[in-house]
Design a protein around this ligand. Structure first.
Ligand code: PGA
Length: 253
């Protein structure tokens, strides 16, 4: 059985005080018995990682993620954060290739491939995002694009590494827009992603990889989305900034 995962992506939101309050609420609510076999991940700003890690403490179902990292180990890259630094803070996961980073910071397939490798080399879990813009879907090129995003950045990994990854399918037209993919659209793409992985790595590995859906997931639509057979949970932006709403989503499996 694959893990059930609710991952919050705070993006560039919250002051340190606000972030600590939000993290404390999430950690407290996650203690509820009903969530004991749900993996809850909070992806917080770099500045909050060390303090939020302390708040998580010994909680067994809450994990901490960074929202990016540089592909080099160290060096003259002013303003960047390395995988070594994240690992030294006890970070569990790193979100890579979010559409906002692909769009605004022009992250390339090659860079994302290198970032994935360095995150894995530092014993952290990449949460690798993929997904199409609206015009690509309207041209019916969304399957080809998602396949290209996966194969160009990930398919150089050997099976032992690939199996450690979490994939997040986030159609760009659904991110922060209030428009959610229908459960049919989500299931269709998640199934396609699993088939694409099967072609490359075989069925056993494809069945182990968690594939999250992201894009306007809310407490009101999470249950329908998470009931799709190939949807293993969500990457949640806006709705993860409210602890109760986020935990309600985590209870939607
Ligand atoms: P959203 O963001 O839930 O606010 O649409 C999702 C994401 O960008 O990860």
């Amino acid at each position: 059985m694959r893990k059930k995962i609710a991952a919050g992506n705070w993006k560039m939101n919250t002051t340190l005080d606000e972030g600590l309050k939000l993290a404390s609420e999430v950690v407290h609510m996650a203690k509820d018995e009903s969530l004991s076999d749900t993996t809850i991940i909070i992806s917080v700003p770099f500045t909050h990682l060390g303090s939020v890690k302390k708040i998580i403490g010994s909680a067994t179902n809450v994990f901490i993620a960074a929202q990016n990292c540089h592909q080099e180990v160290s060096g003259a890259y002013t303003g960047e954060i390395s995988a070594t630094m994240l690992q030294s803070l006890g970070v569990d996961c790193v979100v890579l290739g979010h559409s906002e980073r692909r769009e605004y910071y022009k992250e390339t397939y090659a860079e994302l491939g290198a970032k994935t490798q360095i995150v894995l080399a530092h014993q952290m879990t990449p949460i690798f995002c993929c997904g199409e813009k609206l015009d690509t879907r309207e041209e019916n090129a969304h399957f080809n694009l998602v396949k290209e995003q996966l194969s160009s950045s990930l398919f150089q990994l050997d099976a032992a590494d690939f199996v450690k990854i979490i994939i997040a399918y986030e159609p760009v037209w659904a991110i922060g827009t209030g428009v959610t993919a229908s459960d049919e659209q989500a299931q269709e793409m998640h199934h396609f992603i699993r088939e694409t992985i099967t072609e490359k790595y075989g069925e056993s590995i494809a069945h182990q990889i968690p594939i999250l859906y992201g894009g306007s997931v809310k407490p009101t639509n999470a249950q329908t989305l998470f009931s799709c057979p190939d949807v293993d949970g969500g990457l949640i932006g806006g709705a993860s900034l409210d602890a109760q709403g986020f935990i309600d989503i985590a209870r939607s499996f």
